[in-house]
Design a protein around this ligand. Structure first.
Ligand SMILES: [Zn+2]
Length: 138
């Protein structure tokens, strides 16, 4: 469900906010496409625990095409939750990247995405309400 169908049947891409950098905008669009079509749901939890080690509290995790984000850890560490959404979307979009590579790309994007792009991701993909659902174990 992406864009409008024009008279000749081609799909016109929806207008997304820009950064001024073509490569950044390309990656941004890839992440938006991934969140729209490759991810089933984004869930917010008050406290997100590692399903495989309940003692560890996480910022985020991607499991079975669902992204879970933990509110408390972001508050405690004063890290922006959108940055973690970007991190998990990178995992889904570029599964070949190592954790190190994902962290690096997250950092680069965080400095290069425009504020309208970050706002778009937050308003479009981060739900307000917390859920009880837990990520499945490995
Ligand atoms: Zn990761």
């Amino acid at each position: 469900m992406n864009g409008l169908k024009t008279l000749n049947g081609t799909r016109e891409r929806r207008c997304l906010p820009r950064s001024g950098d073509a490569l950044v905008d390309f990656v941004f669009r890839s992440l938006v496409d991934t969140l729209e079509r490759g991810i089933e749901a984004v869930h917010i939890k008050k406290v997100l625990r590692d399903p495989d080690d309940r003692r560890r509290e996480l910022h985020g995790i991607l499991r079975e095409r669902k992204i879970f984000l933990g509110r408390r850890k972001h508050r405690l560490r004063k890290t922006p939750i959108v940055s973690t959404l970007i991190h998990e979307a990178i995992h889904a979009a570029f599964p070949i990247l190592s954790e190190r590579g994902v962290l690096r790309l997250e950092q680069i994007l965080w400095t290069m995405l425009s504020n309208p792009q970050k706002r778009y991701l937050r308003h479009r993909f981060i739900p307000r309400h917390e859920v009880k659902t837990e990520p499945s174990r490995d």
